[in-house]
Design a protein around this ligand. Structure first.
Ligand SMILES: [Fe+2]
Ligand SMILES: [Fe+2]
Length: 152
């Protein structure tokens, strides 16, 4: 959507992530779909986080009042990335995989909820509508490039 703000655009991705998380949760250890779905989720979330850092969080980082919030979210991205790497290296059919997956899932759901309820609200106070739309356009440009990099 041409007139979308960065917040609406990011929320759109978050909703997609929520759906993917539930789909993976329903897979079984021996199902082929688990690894494939997980790989798609990991690529998608890695690209989302990178493009989010290049747009919203870079802008927030430049504002002394929002710097701490920005750093908090970026640190969480790193934690989630580490969990995703760990899951990727585990045996997908092992009994421990789903338990570890659910820990990551809870963390990620907490992360995006905090972004929507706290980070976006704080950031919106300092941004003009024009900047919010401009950031969405930049995000839209960066996401495909980040997806390619994340898939490598
Ligand atoms: Fe994020
Ligand atoms: Fe996000």
């Amino acid at each position: 959507m041409a007139d979308q703000t960065i917040f609406a655009r990011l929320k759109e991705d978050h909703d997609k992530h929520r759906t993917m998380l539930d789909l993976i949760d329903k897979t079984h250890g021996d199902s082929d779909g688990r690894e494939e779905l997980f790989t798609r989720f990991k690529t998608e979330v890695t690209a989302h986080a990178a493009a989010e850092e290049e747009t919203l969080y870079a802008t927030m980082l430049a504002d002394p009042d929002l710097r701490d919030k920005s750093q908090h979210s970026v640190a969480e991205h790193k934690e989630i990335e580490d969990c995703l790497e760990e899951l990727e290296e585990m045996d997908f059919s092992s009994t421990g995989w789903l338990a570890r997956y659910r820990t990551m899932k809870d963390r990620y759901l907490h992360h995006i909820e905090e972004e929507e309820d706290e980070m976006f609200v704080a950031a919106a106070k300092g941004l003009t509508r024009e900047t919010e739309k401009q950031l969405a356009k930049t995000f839209e440009k960066r996401k495909p490039a980040e997806l390619e990099m994340a898939a490598e």
